[in-house]
Design a protein around this ligand. Structure first.
Ligand SMILES: [Zn+2]
Length: 80
């Protein structure tokens, strides 16, 4: 029963997000100025695409963000 009510409330949260929009907050900012966001209500994660629009944060995109960060830091360490 408890599981079921949790499922229902998760569905209601998603419905709320669909109606009033996500309550998006910055969750992480990289040195590369790439940002990751999380919705406070449904915990969906987002990042910015090449055009600066929010796009769902997939594991692949998260990996790209991390690799770009490492690349940036390594390059900066070399020139410093
Ligand atoms: Zn949401």
């Amino acid at each position: 029963m408890h599981n079921l009510s949790r499922k229902v409330s998760a569905r209601l949260t998603r419905l709320r997000c669909r109606i009033v929009g996500h309550n998006i907050k910055l969750s992480k900012e990289y040195q590369t100025h790439q940002r990751e966001y999380v919705c406070d209500a449904c915990k969906c994660q987002y990042t910015e695409d090449n055009n600066g629009f929010l796009t769902p944060l997939t594991p692949k995109l998260k990996r790209v963000n991390e690799v770009m960060e490492q690349f940036y830091l390594r390059r900066r360490a070399k020139t410093a």
